[in-house]
Structures are given as structure tokens and as C-alpha cells.
Ligand binder design. Structure first.
Ligand SMILES: [Zn+2]
Ligand SMILES: [Zn+2]
Length: 246
């Protein structure tokens, strides 16, 4: 385990504001699900095989409606509907959305729609269904690892829809590499129970929350709260690469 030594910027007033915004957006998703869910649920179709609710197949108008509501709830600014539509179509084709606030609200909107569909349409598909490392529910890659009490059984939680599925106890969740020399786990004293796993085989990284050491009411908030750890890990990686090339 490597410890990140620089002092992380944790627990300032920015964090309070971020939490307030996060809770407001989450509340907006719940309100939308309640008010508008019955209107949209008929147009969301479950596929016969995973991923059951692939993001590009979600009804465009529902996505745009909830996304816009989150933009309004976030900072009170309506984004031009044409721009949102354009960005959504680009996102569906795998192109990135550069504006991080718009992107994180889109993620929340997609997660809210998929969760709603999952709960009302298919309450009981298998725990262990895999689809080439992607989330069997929404088709997205990656996410975060959770180690659950009492023994630390490892689950991969989808970063978009929150679906949790059991995964191997060790190794990289992104590429499957099991070579311990290629895996580094970074942690910082400010965040007990949270590590960022860095994989040299695929260059990817993901967060791991050890819920035996950490009480987390809301894992998505935990992920946001510990963002300084992501930045520190990115910096650590960049320096390591620099050292290698000297
Ligand atoms: Zn998912
Ligand atoms: Zn990897």
C-alpha cells in the first residue's frame, strides 16, 4: 500500500456546498421518478439479454427532460434544448462531454432512469450475470469496488446505475490483470477505508471502499467527497511516469 503524502484538501467549505448540490440533485431525480416515471415507463424496453437497459437505447425525450430538470435544480440555468440534444447524441456515439457539470448531471439522469426501469420492470435478474466486464443492467464499464463486511467480499458497483455485482477478490476490475506487481493501491490518511487502485497493465484506476472500515450512508456522495484522492492519484501516476522516462 502506498500512502499519498501531500496534504489533501479535505473538509473545506466547498465540500458543504457540494453536498448541498448533490442532495438537491438527488431529490430532483426522486421527484422526477415519482411524477414522470408513470409517463415514461411504457417506453423503456427491457432487452432479452444483458445489458438490459443499454444507455443509448433509453428514450431520448425522457433523458433530455430529466437532464434539463437537473440543470435547473443544479444552478438554475436552463441549457438550450438544442445543445442538450446534440450533446446527448454525441454521448450515445461514445464522444465525450467536456463540461463536467453537464456530464455528471447526465450521469445522474441516466442512473435515475435505469434504476426506475430496473425496479419496476425486472426485480429479480441473476446476481452473477456478466457481460464482458460491463454492467449487465446499463452496459457501462467500470465503477467502484466495495468490500462488504464481515469478510470483505468484493462487489463492483456500476458508476451510472448503481447495480452491484460480485467480482474476484483481487486484481484490476478494468482489465482483469491479476499480476500483483502491476497493481498499486494508493491511500491517504484523510480517507480511511478508501483506496485508489492503479493498474499498470491497462493504465486505468478505480476506487475501492472498504465498508468494514468506513460507514457510508451514500456511496455516490462518498465518491464525490473523496475526489481529492482521485486528483492525488492522477498526480502520483504522472510523476511515476516521469521518473520512468528520465
Ligand atoms: Zn449500470
Ligand atoms: Zn487493469
Amino acid at each position: 500500500m502506498n500512502s499519498i503524502e501531500q496534504k489533501l484538501d479535505a473538509g473545506d467549505t466547498g465540500l458543504e456546498a457540494a453536498k448541498e448540490t448533490y442532495l438537491r440533485l438527488k431529490q430532483e431525480v426522486s421527484s422526477w421518478q415519482e411524477e414522470r416515471g408513470p409517463v415514461w415507463i411504457g417506453s423503456i424496453h427491457q432487452a432479452a439479454a444483458p445489458p438490459y437497459y443499454s444507455l443509448p437505447d433509453l428514450p431520448e425525450e425522457a433523458v433530455l427532460e430529466l437532464w434539463q430538470r437537473l440543470n435547473l435544480a443544479g444552478d438554475g440555468i436552463e441549457v438550450s434544448p438544442e445543445i442538450l440534444r446534440q450533446l446527448w447524441r454525441e454521448f450515445r456515439q461514445g464522444r465525450p462531454i467536456p463540461e463536467t457539470r453537464l456530464l455528471s448531471r447526465l450521469h445522474l439522469a441516466l442512473g435515475g432512469i435505469v434504476q426506475m426501469a430496473r425496479e419496476s420492470l425486472a426485480p429479480d435478474f441473476g446476481q452473477d450475470e456478466q457481460s464482458d466486464g460491463r454492467c449487465p443492467v446499463c452496459g457501462e464499464e467500470g465503477g467502484m469496488a466495495l468490500l462488504l463486511p464481515p469478510v470483505g467480499k468484493r462487489y463492483l458497483r456500476c458508476g451510472i446505475c448503481g447495480y452491484e455485482r460480485p467480482v474476484r477478490a483481487t486484481g484490476c476490475l478494468l482489465c482483469g490483470s491479476e499480476d500483483p506487481r502491476q497493481q498499486t493501491y494508493l491511500e491517504a490518511p484523510e480517507y480511511p477505508g478508501v483506496t485508489v487502485a492503479v493498474c499498470r497493465d491497462c493504465g486505468g484506476r478505480f476506487k475501492e471502499f472498504d465498508l468494514r472500515r468506513l460507514v457510508a450512508e451514500d456511496i455516490m456522495w462518498e465518491d464525490i467527497r473523496t475526489l481529492p484522492l482521485n486528483y492525488a492519484a492522477a498526480k502520483w501516476l504522472a510523476e511515476e511516469r516521469k521518473e520512468k522516462t528520465v
